[in-house]
Write a protein that binds this ligand. Structure first.
Ligand code: NAD
Length: 498
């Protein structure tokens, strides 16, 4: 690891965090972690296998069944959760640095994202204090029935590389706040910030085994977590194909699963839209976070009457986007996570040419040539039936299409397997609502880029997922609903066998 990087972490090579201690993998194996800007090795990471998942689950199980966590008063448990939030705030700079070093995401963007991670904890502490409530049903004068929500047990969390720290905290916060214990399997391509997360939890003083991290590969460590009989639930964010595999593998132990999967979200601009704001939002939505964003607007639908002007403006902006070192605060677009992902994204750009698109892009120059850069790219003259308009590319690449009327654009927007997000731009309020209702996606924004309110449900329909995270919606997932029926009168009991 470079000297500068070392200043941001207390661990050179990364260990696993199990039962309140940083430990090597049982089999002593490690894998190498690479910097996407230089493609040089950053460090080695302990490669957890099934045996390490078993160790971590055992620690989490013990902490849940025997430890103080499950018995703690809510107020006391929340002091730990608030403490984690405070410690994340103290570490924002270090975490953002490691995140950008590891993923290639520009530091100006990881700073904002990491700053939001502490809010995940505060938000869920407040939610548990105020909204983790039951319901009561009076049945005549005979019964009072009431519900309680209990933590489920050991929560298995599996996260992707595109927003590692944000997503790890987004899952761990509700899981811990509702009283579960956790085994987290971070993405193998972005392990750095996860160990700072473990350090933060360690410093917050959580009881041993409540929170555990096992690095490793999906097919080994991830798969074992999914099939482990002592893990009650799996919260997964990642590719749709991986989600399908996890659902299959979790079936034999009948786990509850939450699936946040891929997307191919439409961005619809009607002729009466606020042109400049729509342009800003469109550029941000596809080219921020290097285009490696589940809710990216990777399909743009422009009304025929504004298409020429909009495309000209897009081209001008594309040429101005600043590519560069992700650690430079002026950089707007960094390198893709990995050479293999670069192959995939550039493969789609080649496919776009074969499918008949005109490709418009900027140039990659100087030191950027050695990283996994893909310049911001417009696939002009695309049609919705092309593979580049149907499949998730997950890079700074947008298919640009046109439409003539509302009915047509709704049909095109919905003619895709995914259903995560959608964006509608119009100054006709009725049309805005109407189209938002009609587009098949879990989250719609009207005259806005992707802005989140943590109280609202997050998730997709169709091939974009199952279930919703966020707000009190997460409670259903991380808690077991119980109904208690209490007789308060002398209701009639069947006289059986008398
Ligand atoms: P991925 O599916 O390749 O990997 C995600 C995680 O799953 C990794 O930790 C990986 O090790 C693990 N994994 C892989 N195979 C596994 C298996 N068989 N069993 C258990 N675990 C396994 O996804 P990725 O490439 O890391 O992330 C990019 C994808 O994530 C994109 O499709 C993107 O749209 C999606 N994503 C969705 C959301 C959302 O909220 N809907 C948010 C961010 C990213």
């Amino acid at each position: 690891m470079t000297e500068q990087a070392l200043k941001h972490t207390t661990q050179d090579d990364l260990k696993l965090y199990i039962g309140g201690a940083f430990v090597d993998a049982t089999e002593g194996k490690t894998f190498d972690n690479y910097n996407p800007f230089t493609n040089e090795k950053i460090n080695a990471v302990a490669e957890g296998t099934a045996k390490d998942i078993d160790r971590a689950v055992e620690a989490a199980r013990y902490a849940f069944d025997q430890g103080p966590w499950g018995r703690m008063k809510v107020k006391e448990r929340m002091t730990y959760i608030y403490k984690i939030a405070d410690l994340i705030d103290e570490e924002v700079e270090r975490i953002a640095y490691l995140e950008s070093l590891d993923t290639g995401l520009p530091i100006s963007q990881t700073r904002n994202m990491v700053a939001r991670a502490s809010e995940n904890f505060r938000f869920y502490a407040r939610m548990v204090e105020s909204r983790l409530v039951g319901e009561a049903y009076q049945v005549d004068d005979e019964f009072i029935n009431y519900t309680v929500q209990k933590p489920v047990g050991v929560a298995g969390l599996i996260t992707p590389w595109n927003a590692p720290f944000m997503l790890e905290t987004w899952k761990a916060a509700p899981a811990l706040a509702t009283g579960n214990t956790v085994v987290l399997k971070p993405a193998e391509l972005s392990p750095l910030s996860a160990n700072l997360f473990a350090e933060v939890v360690d410093r917050a003083g959580l009881p041993e085994g409540v929170f555990n991290i096992v690095h490793g590969f999906g097919e080994t460590a991830g798969a074992r977590l999914v099939e482990h009989p002592d893990v009650e639930l799996i919260s997964f964010t990642g590719e749709t194909t991986t989600g399908v595999e996890i659902i299959k593998n979790s079936a034999s132990t009948l786990k509850t699963v939450s699936m946040e999967l891929g997307g191919k979200s439409p961005f619809i601009v009607f002729e009466d839209a606020d042109f400049d704001r729509a342009l800003d939002a469109c550029i941000w939505g596809i080219f921020s976070f290097n285009g490696e964003r589940c809710t990216a607007n990777s399909r743009l639908f422009l009304h025929e009457s504004i298409k020429d002007r909009f495309i000209e403006a897009l081209k001008e902006r594309v040429l101005n986007i600043r590519l560069g070192n992700p650690l430079d605060p002026n950089t707007q677009l960094g390198p893709l996570i990995h050479k293999e992902h670069w192959d995939k994204v550039t493969g789609y750009i080649e496919l776009a040419k074969e499918e008949g698109c005109d490709v418009f892009t900027s140039e990659i120059t100087g030191e950027n040539k050695r990283g996994n850069f893909v310049a911001p790219t417009l696939l002009l003259n695309a049609t919705n039936d092309m593979r580049i308009a149907q499949e998730e590319i997950f890079g700074p690449v947008m298919a640009v299409m046109t439409f003539t009327d509302e009915e047509e654009v709704v049909r095109l927007a919905n003619d895709v397997e995914y259903g995560l997000a959608g964006y509608v731009w119009t100054n006709d309020a009725k049309r805005g609502h109407r189209v938002a209702h009609a587009v098949e996606a879990g989250m719609l924004w009207v005259n806005s880029q992707n802005v989140r309110d943590l109280r609202t449900p997050f998730g997709g329909m169709k091939n974009s997922g199952i279930g919703r995270e966020g707000g009190h919606y997460g409670f259903d997932f991380y808690t077991e609903q119980k109904i208690i029926h209490v007789a308060i009168g002398e209701h009639r009991i069947p006289q059986f066998g008398k």
